[in-house]
Design a protein around this ligand. Structure first.
Ligand code: GTP
Ligand code: MG
Length: 194
């Protein structure tokens, strides 16, 4: 296995509290409840990131370290309807600072729910990443909830809705069943060593 050692480093809101930018960093973004923390646990093969069935669980920027070599970041989600305007503004500021200042940010994994086409907010996130010039890939979560024909269709729907080219990297994963995680990680590791 490629997972030898996993550490939770710290949580932070402001850049001054981020860990030293010593390692290439991979950040996971997406709507609340889409499965960001679950994906990190599936990658790491342990329950290290906090998961909840109610949206808005992850409120801070959480830094993890894999094999003393790669930093992984679990970010708070967007698009949770029950959040106040002030909370939303706080989220925006926190993520904006992170994207703008994090010099070792190498790749963003953008999560979308495989059961639905990407939302307006997902499209905005994708455009934001492109405007900032941050490399990203897309992961469709909760594949265990799809039947075979839905599985066959979903990547195409995602690429079309997000306006991505036909060969753009989109991975279909299930944190519950562990499917697609190997393929995703092999892409990520290759990307980081390129
Ligand atoms: P926030 O931290 O609130 O932004 O949410 P999150 O994106 O981190 O989602 P989280 O990992 O906490 O998962 C939300 C819910 O979706 C939980 O009930 C998970 O068990 C469930 N979930 C996550 N991944 C999967 C999956 O692959 N399959 C299924 N069936 N459920 C999943
Ligand atoms: Mg979370």
């Amino acid at each position: 296995s490629v997972i030898k050692k996993v550490q939770f480093i710290k949580s932070a809101v402001n850049p001054k509290d981020y860990p030293q930018p010593k390692y290439p960093e991979v950040a996971v973004v997406g709507r609340s409840n889409v499965g960001k923390s679950s994906l990190i646990n599936a990658i790491f093969k342990r329950n290290i990131a906090k998961v909840s069935s109610s949206p808005g669980k992850t409120r801070l920027i959480n830094f993890f370290l894999l094999n003393d070599r790669i930093s992984f970041v679990d970010l708070p989600g967007y698009g949770y309807a029950a959040v106040s305007k002030a909370e939303r503004a706080k989220w925006k500021k926190m993520i904006e600072k992170y994207f703008q200042t994090r010099e070792n940010l190498s790749l963003v994994i953008m999560l979308v729910d495989s059961r639905h086409p990407p939302t307006k907010l997902d499209i905005m996130m994708k455009e934001w990443l492109e405007d900032l010039g941050i490399p990203y890939i897309v992961v469709a979560t909760k594949a265990d909830k799809l039947n075979q024909s839905e599985k066959a269709r979903t990547k195409k729907v995602i690429r079309e809705t997000l306006g991505l080219p036909k060969d753009f990297p989109v991975f279909l994963t299930s944190a519950k069943e562990g499917t697609g995680i190997k393929e995703l990680m092999s892409y990520v590791l290759d990307f980081l060593t390129e």
